[in-house]
Design a binder for this molecule. Structure first.
Ligand SMILES: [Zn+2]
Length: 119
């Protein structure tokens, strides 16, 4: 899909800013990581009990692996994708997400002209 500027009709100079997506992903990842601390606690507990089958060293490794899995993988990934999805909605509804590099006109999705070769 080619984006077209509603002002100067340039079709190859329009870029998307995606402020919301970027901010949402970053904030979501942080929030997810923070929320993941509670998951990390239970993950560490499970990891330690599984690892304890292999002795003291295994318990230590299991504790670290469980904590990392609970915090980083679960919290951060879910938070980032959820934040990005929310940010995408914000981009499309709140911000003027499109910018024409030709005439420096900023505009929102409601002003976006789609390829007019298919009337
Ligand atoms: Zn333009």
């Amino acid at each position: 899909m080619s984006l077209q500027c509603p002002l100067c009709k340039s079709s190859d100079q329009v870029i998307t800013r995606n402020y919301g997506r970027k901010a949402g992903s970053a904030v979501g990842a942080l929030a997810g990581a923070a929320a993941g601390y509670s998951a990390a606690a239970s993950g560490a507990r499970v990891g330690a009990s599984v690892g304890s089958l292999l002795g003291p060293v295994g318990a230590g490794l299991g504790l670290v692996a469980g904590a990392v899995f609970g915090r980083v993988l679960v919290g951060s990934v879910i938070g980032s994708s959820a934040g990005g999805a929310i940010g995408a909605v914000v981009d499309d509804t709140v911000f003027d997400n499109y910018y024409c590099q030709h005439c420096e006109f900023e505009f929102g999705a409601d002003q976006l002209l789609h390829d007019s070769s298919h009337p």
